[in-house]
Design a protein around this ligand. Structure first.
Ligand code: ATP
Ligand code: MG
Length: 137
């Protein structure tokens, strides 16, 4: 059984959408096996998104991720990584399929409500970035 790291981003926590987004995960058969709300510093956001350091939107992305609390969570299920990305929808909400989280809730390509790991290696790294093994149940 697979695990993936999910983040409910500041645009979504600001609009009090944590419960609605979690309902989408649970309806898709993903189990929330760890979850905490935290307010990242810009430096912590920068570390998390270090792979994007050379992208033109990196600074804006780190500012945004530190602008308000996020909810970080571990989702578990069969094919959790791909399933989560399906439920999230395309990065740009304009391209996201109807019924996906980003189609329903995202405000723009940057403020797009959720993050989800994109591969088993990144999922393992991203989960370890936020959680100790004993916190995941
Ligand atoms: P995530 O990694 O958050 O699940 P993703 O894999 O769909 O999203 P990436 O290309 O990895 O998208 O980009 C990471 C994040 O950077 C996006 O989710 C978005 O918040 C932000 N981002 C991506 N492209 C842009 C852009 N053109 N302008 C502003 N922000 C962007
Ligand atoms: Mg990505």
């Amino acid at each position: 059984i697979e695990r993936t790291l999910s983040i409910i981003k500041p645009d979504a926590t600001n609009r009090n959408l944590t419960g609605k987004i979690n309902a989408k995960f649970e309806e898709a058969g993903l189990r929330i096996v760890a979850q905490k709300r935290m307010h990242l510093t810009k430096e912590q956001a920068g570390k998390f998104y270090a792979v994007h350091a050379e992208r033109p939107f990196y600074d804006e992305l780190c500012e945004f991720m530190a602008s308000a609390p996020v909810v970080v969570q571990v989702l578990e299920g069969e094919g959790a990584i791909a399933k989560n990305r399906e439920v999230m929808g395309a990065t740009n909400p304009a391209d996201a399929e109807a019924g996906t989280i980003r189609a329903e809730f995202a405000e723009s390509v940057g403020e797009n409500s959720v993050h989800g790991s994109d591969a088993p290696e990144t999922a393992a790294e991203e989960i370890a970035f936020f959680f100790a093994g004993l916190e995941i149940v």
